[in-house]
Design a protein around this ligand. Structure first.
Ligand code: BTN
Length: 326
């Protein structure tokens, strides 16, 4: 634990009362001046910490930010989130994570931002990322060949949908990994990788969740196709709790995946998804086709039955559910 994390732990233990600077200095084996420096750095991060002569420090308010300590203090994972980098604003958390990964950052490193000025969506689209949402990326280093990466995408969708269902949201998956409520997108995933011919060096799994942001703030072109958790539930949710759930669910699925039990993830995906059996339109980088979604196969590919009865295996693309009823 860092000095700041230890100080927070002590302040939390005695929430509501003062902890003396001397006590903190003793616990950390540093000077009182060093304690004071760490306290100021916590204040700059957004914590409201009161100080009183001869009494010490008291935690008065925790900011509504996705601060690493707030996540870590409840997080029950072994690998994911051991290192969390938090930013008020970045271009794209995926780009920051890729930079860290190329410098050797460990598997499980998480990058979180309160806002993104250049959030990236799938297929080269922009991803609107205002305050109140959850924009995070996780570095994974599985031993995989690049053609197995679509499986990781399904796994991420399962984790995101389960984490969101934990808030009470009646959400489901649309192939490959969009999370929808009443046909509107609440969460999306962008998986990027660095790979050689036969080996993945790292994967950056970017998850965007419209949590406590408002639908009215979306650019007009998305207002009818997107929604937020707050809009659907009629109340704000704890973003920290959603991130914790997401990382815990992701670690569970990732364990199945890396221990050769991908069929468990596939089963969960099928239970959560509403694509199978539907008439769909698929947009790939070079064509648009329509048909019935029959199933997903063991590679995570969508099996699409075309009008002429042929079955095509689709590895990646955008999927539109036709004739959706709510
Ligand atoms: C999609 O188009 O559905 C994927 C959206 C992915 C958005 C997330 S937000 C965190 C991470 N950083 C990015 O720039 N994009 C992903």
């Amino acid at each position: 634990m860092t000095n700041k994390e230890t100080i927070l732990e002590e302040l939390y233990k005695k929430r509501g009362s003062f902890v003396s600077g001397g006590e903190l200095a003793k616990r950390l084996r540093v000077s009182r001046a060093a304690v004071w420096k760490s306290i100021n750095s916590l204040r700059r991060a957004g914590y409201k910490i009161e100080s009183a002569p001869r009494e010490g420090y008291r935690l008065a308010r925790v900011p509504d930010l996705l601060l690493p300590y707030e996540i870590k203090r409840e997080l029950a994972t072994k690998v994911l989130g051991k290192r969390i980098e938090h930013f008020r604003e970045v271009g794209s958390t995926n780009d920051v994570a890729k930079e860290l990964a190329s410098q050797g950052a460990e598997e499980g490193t998480v990058v979180i931002a309160e806002t993104q000025s250049g959030g990236k969506g799938r297929l080269g689209r922009e991803w609107f990322s205002p305050r109140g949402g959850i924009w995070l990326s996780v570095i994974l280093r599985p031993r995989l060949s690049p053609d197995e990466v679509p499986k990781v995408a399904l796994m991420l969708g399962v984790a995101a949908a389960k984490a969101l269902r934990g808030t009470g949201l009646d959400c489901y998956l649309k192939w490959p990994n969009d999370v929808l409520v009443r046909g509107r997108k609440v969460s999306g995933i962008l998986t990027e990788m660095d790979a050689e011919m036969d080996k993945v060096n790292y994967i950056v799994a970017g998850v965007g969740i419209n949590a406590n942001n408002d639908v009215d703030d979306f650019p007009s072109e998305f207002r009818h196709s997107a929604t937020t958790v707050k809009t659907e539930l009629g109340r704000e949710v704890s973003r920290v709790a959603v991130v914790i759930n997401l990382l815990e669910e992701l670690e569970k699925s990732y364990r199945f995946f890396t221990s050769g039990k991908f069929e468990i993830v596939l089963r969960e995906w099928r239970d959560l998804a509403r694509t199978i059996g539907k008439e769909v339109r698929i947009l790939t980088h070079n064509k648009t086709i329509e048909g019935t979604a029959l199933d997903i196969d063991g590679d995570g590919a969508l099996l699409l039955q075309l009008k002429d009865g042929r079955v095509e295996k689709i590895l990646s693309g955008d999927c539109i559910h036709l004739r959706e009823n709510f």
